[in-house]
Design a protein. Structure first.
Lengths: 771, 771
């Protein structure tokens, strides 16, 4: 746990340089715009501890899998998010001395991520050799308005000297992923061109034996140097070689003068442009933004972020740390995924690091979709559904590799292009509940938006594929006279290869039920459309549907008659039932205990039965949820960042306010305070949605009930008040909760009826109500 | 399955060269003498498919572990059997042309492993460029009499030409393990010396971060060249450089003359000699064997093997393939481990390859000890027990790494020096039944030899350590009101992380019972000695013994009341119960099915419940064994080489003779016919003991009953007769079984009473009985 970030409502502030935490700060201060992103590296370079990271959305490399012991069915490659060309670099020499904050004396330093504006800013005063004092001020952003572009303003003032400055803005493609399995470089240089202050590189991912697409990325730059606001009369010497272009200018800067470099850069990917047009498009793009200029781009950036905050901000009164924490999470979610492109998804590290690889986990469906449903246009969440629809064929192939047939679909645990990347049998082959979350998201979307057209159209094909998988994965137990599902890993990954995981059994049967429902609905409403789906999927109405129904009616759910709780899996009660309080000094167990001991213990990594009760709350009474919560929560160690939010929401619903707040605190500043000592690898992007949910679904009790948006708000004691924006069926509400009252403001042109504490409240267009 | 090896009673014969199978042949024709060994490589080198392999017993390297996903508790290194200096090399140039059977024309070729004599012989006629025909005849062996030495005789006759022969016997230490995890070299050169026809290399294993001993091996050679039996007057030019020494002689050989190179070599390890004496000892050793000469060494080799065959031969009449198969297995077991050194053990590949690494698996206790007990001096098996005793402290440390305490010992799955090497959680941490096999071997030794001194002395410390482990690994289930053992992998590795594996539960409780028995016995017979053990182990008589007893009395054993069979593990009956016949075309499932499918299925890799019934046959009635056999055997795919022998023995005991023979066939020629397509990696040394057991314990029904050696022999229909030698308590018997009768010959100076079909038979010294 670190504590060096200054608390501030809108900014992430590093006061004074903390070189020992530099990689953490770089992660925290990452920038992105959905299409590209980068860590908070220094433009001038840094010879100390740093992880230089630039990423282009959707561009990856199939790194050769590394395993200890090969298991049949493992994928051959693991798609790695690709560390790409460094476009922020500006080498600075002052009278020949390389500017490097690792070697010079730092007199003053402040690095700020301004989340309101989406801008990274740095001011520093350093002393170079001979006592030369230099002030530095840099600002940069990944433009939301021009989402393949970024811009930098980098100023220096020599405070007590006059000297020649040698300034070399460059593009550098000699980049390796730190997490490359075999320390290989993944890029080939294709082209390099430089003309005066302009430079272009085209890099291509290396060829691979897995028939995975090779990507090309054209990176372009143009720079402009001003001395006290006037064009500096400098000639530019260019360098252009494999994977590197640069332009060097020499400028004499007198004491007190300000020299400013404006650098404009673009990243264009072959995912969006034909190969032959990459350079010409990059040139045109660079020309356009350079013409627009830094200040106008900056203004557009501020405007774009204002628009986003308008839809998704949460304010918290009386707790700056909490305010900073929640905005930090919302900010990173907002810049990681914008929903513009249904080929993209929300990687576990976003644009903040390369660890884990892949871009898509079940986190997307279970945690992120509710956030985007409430804070962005419906199309954003819908695009995340379409992403899976487009991978359906791959999911069917993935299942076929594991011995399934006839259109059964198993979505991968981790993927870039729909193919499985993960290789750990107990997860890859057995953590199949992910399939259920993908089905649930279709339902969740329909429930929230009221738009059932996705479920009955593309959604139904996905549901049929998943239902077929469950049918084949479940078997009849003669012994029990019921259906069972053997050999799975539930959300609680501290159990492997268990039988009848309650959550997985439940979500599997729920999928079958929901699929049957959607078919039934479509049968009644649009039988012609249904026939199309039947034809396309070769669905056997008289056998498959009956089979599904039979499973739904005869599934085994492990249950403790004594305690009247669902059992996480068969045999759970054979364990020694301890509580987390019993092993306080031995936590985190994933760092202290051997794996077998973790498996044998009753301790739970993340919500499992409770994850199910959270998803399907409407199918259980409160007493049942309470009993299960009281049984499982004390055994849960929350060693996944995805766990506390679910507990926070359930506890809030059960009126266990202290527990709800305790759980909220575990999610809110996870990365900001580096709880798990791993922020240097990048941020936990997907779990950030959980923090948002803890406030909106937890403290404010937001649900959808019978098509109505519903709230049951309360304030955690520690706060004075809070507010959040929420979009629902084309209406944008601002909900403000204070100690005294609840007010709901309707900023839209249409009226909306909501439920507050189960009472219907009508809110007129552009009106507000106070309760 | 290959079929190119000629059937022969005493020899493994390759008629005509099979370059496509060369690595298989090299494995089959490996030589060893317990201290060193090598694959059947060509002396002159070979540019085609070959795995050059030389190994020195006990010399290994801690290769950095390779894992996909690290789990707490994994060891940092995997000790690899080390491919060592090549001492067999003799480079041959004929008029400048390098002799290489991959490039010249082969007119005749025959490679023979003579198992009776322990000699590898090769004859070939080849045509070199210009039609020059050359006859080659080589013989070599690893000397049993001088067990750090080997000798080669390599002759050539130019059949139709006269030319200069350039002959370069060499030692080459530029060797890498093919299975190195990171393609690293493991050897450093320390010294190299060459004088005329003598050369010496000292190599040292590279330093490592694991505090694992660095080994030095001195390899020495001396050669001698004869022309038509007379000293060839050749001067020798020497080469000596890092990791390489050689001497080159030029000899003119006339048409029809025979030139013969005798090469004598030694390998001395720092495990046996101080560093500073390695070279001087190697020189003295080389001088001694060169003085002795090839012919005398050869004669001693033949004599040594005759002595071994006298004790362990099995003859089979009427089936040459079976005869060859059984002798092949006995031969390799005999040359892999001689029992001279309690620091050594029986590696899974012996001296025939480097795959898997480590030298010791539970195979030693479960399969090999019975073989050595019956076919070698008692001290051979005893040394295998002492090996584990010496590793007790490491086993306690190994358990401590996994969270156990107070002297609980978990022996490693794979080891060289007592430390765990294996890194696959479901095996390393969970396949803990290995601990039981180590306890069982102590019992087995006492039962067979009648010598209980080991059990009550060193053995008891081991038993206490293992019992303490079981105590801590077992927990009380409130639900069941019984003890349970959660999260294990049984011998059937096609199930992982199961609860209450019947075999593991049984052998755990048996260990506790046996430990209590041994303590009780010692209490009565030698309480002073018991007190020493109690003091040394800090055994708490009033608590620990009571705990063990309570577990023995209250353990849960999963059982099917319906079928009256033990359940392999809890929940086994939830599976779809198919038989192997149902999936005929899908086998082997370990190559066709994904891992999760294997796990979910009922199919069994190797005997599990049946392994327990085999070990503890005396504790079950025949009807129980039959019921379980009939239930499990049809589900067993025998995809471990260790499985069929157990089934063969049980089937024989149950009178299921066809099944017994079918199972025997699956073990007998596993490597010879390359059933599993993996013989090129080396032989399945430990499972060879199972073949021997199938004959002696299976067809001949050998057991020990109340201290008497017992037989219930029958002949498989396919055979005319068979015989085997068996040693028992200082008596050596030859048992011959024909269609008509059983004869037992006592070759010893003492009489023995045995049981044949449960009747006592007295066999006088040097007498025989016919039944």
């Amino acid at each position: 746990m670190k504590n060096y970030i200054t608390h501030d409502e809108w900014c992430i502030v590093e006061e004074g340089f903390h070189p020992e935490h530099n990689e953490i700060t770089e992660s925290l201060m990452s920038l992105g715009n959905g299409r590209m992103g980068q860590r908070g590296n220094f433009e001038e370079g840094y010879s100390g501890k740093t992880l230089l990271g630039n990423y282009v959305a959707g561009v990856y490399f199939p790194d050769k899998t590394r395993v200890g012991w090969w298991k049949n069915g493992y994928p051959n490659y693991f798609a790695k998010v690709l560390n790409a060309c460094n476009w922020t670099g500006i080498e600075i020499r002052v009278g020949g001395e390389l500017l490097d904050l690792n070697t010079c004396q730092i007199d003053e330093f402040r690095r700020v991520l301004n989340m309101k504006e989406g801008v990274l800013e740095r001011t520093a005063t350093v002393t170079l050799t001979g006592g030369r004092k230099l002030r530095i001020h840099s600002r940069r952003f990944c433009s939301m308005a021009d989402d393949e572009a970024g811009a930098i303003s980098y100023s220096m003032v020599p405070l007590n000297f006059t000297d020649h400055f040698t300034i070399t803005p460059f593009l550098d493609g000699n980049i390796r992923n730190r997490d490359s399995n075999y320390d290989e470089s993944f890029w080939n240089g294709i082209a390099h061109e430089a003309y005066g202050p302009e430079g272009y590189l085209v890099l291509e991912t290396k060829s691979n034996p897995y028939q995975v697409e090779q990507f090309r990325v054209a990176t372009g730059m143009k720079f402009d140097i001003k001395l006290n606001g006037m064009q500096a009369a400098a000639t530019v010497q260019t360098a252009s070689r494999d994977k590197y272009v640069a332009g060097t200018a020499q400028v004499e800067v007198r004491e007190g003068q300000e020299i400013t470099i404006y650098k404009y850069a673009v990243n264009l990917s072959s995912a969006n442009y034909p190969h032959e047009e990459l350079i010409s498009k990059a040139k045109a793009y660079v020309a356009r933004i350079a013409e627009k200029g830094f200040d106008r781009m900056y203004a557009e950036q501020v405007q774009a972020w204002a628009g986003k905050w308008e839809k998704n901000d949460i304010t918290i009164d009386g707790d700056v740390a909490a305010q900073q924490g929640i905005r930090f999470n919302i900010f990173h979610l907002g810049q990681t995924y914008t929903g513009e492109d249904e080929r993209l998804n929300i990687g576990p590290k976003g644009f903040t690091g390369e660890k884990y690889g892949g871009s898509t986990y079940w986190d997307t469906e279970a945690y992120c979709i509710p956030f985007y449903l409430s804070t962005a246009d419906d199309k954003v969440a819908r695009n995340l559904l379409v992403y899976r629809y487009k991978h359906l064929q791959k999911a069917i192939e993935n299942a076929a590799k594991l011995g399934f047939s006839d259109g059964a679909a198993l979505y991968p645990m981790v993927t870039m292009n729909g193919e499985e990347c993960h290789n750990e049998w107990e997860i890859t082959f057995e953590e199949i509940h992910r399939n259920g979350a993908i089905a649930y998201a279709i339902y969740d979307y329909a429930r929230y938006t009221g738009d059932e057209s996705y479920a009955t159209d593309q959604g139904l094909e996905v549901l049929i594929g998943i239902s077929r998988f469950w049918k084949q994965r479940i078997n009849w137990s003669e012994e029990k006279g019921q259906y069972v599902m053997l050999g799975v890993t539930g959300p609680n990954e501290y159990e492997n290869n268990v039988n009848n995981n309650w959550y997985t059994n439940y979500i599997a049967c729920w999928t079958l039920r929901y699929t049957l429902e959607v078919i039934d609905k479509l049968w009644k409403e649009d039988s012609r459309k249904l026939n199309e789906v039947i034809f396309k999927t070769n669905l056997q109405l008289n056998t498959e549907l009956a089979d599904w129904k039979h499973i739904v009616d005869n599934m085994h759910y492990p249950f403790d008659e004594n305690r009247q709780v669902y059992l996480q899996q068969q045999g759970f009660l054979d364990k020694e039932l301890l509580t987390v309080a019993d092993i306080a000094e031995q936590r985190p167990i994933n760092q202290r205990w051997s794996w077998d001991r973790i498996l044998r213990s009753c301790f739970i990594k993340q919500a499992d039965v409770l994850q199910g009760l959270y998803f399907f709350e409407h199918e259980f009474d409160e007493a049942t949820i309470r009993r299960n919560f009281e049984f499982y929560e004390p055994m849960t160690v929350h060693e996944s960042s995805l766990s506390p939010c679910v507990h926070s929401i359930l506890a809030a619903g059960l009126g266990m306010r202290e527990k709800a707040y305790e759980m909220y605190l575990r999610t809110a500043r996870l990365d900001l305070d580096d709880y798990n000592n791993d922020t240097e690898d990048g941020l936990h992007i997907t779990s950030m949605a959980g923090t948002w949910m803890s406030v909106v679904k937890g403290f404010a009790g937001q649900r959808v009930k019978d098509g109505l948006l519903s709230f049951k708000p309360y304030i955690p004691e520690q706060w004075e008040g809070y507010s959040f924006r929420i979009g629902f069926r084309s209406v944008l509400l601002k909900v403000t909760v204070s100690k005294q009252s609840i007010s709901i403001e309707n900023a839209s042109e249409s009226a909306l009826t909501v439920l507050v504490n189960d009472k219907k409240i009508f809110i007129d267009a552009l009106a507000s109500v106070q309760l």
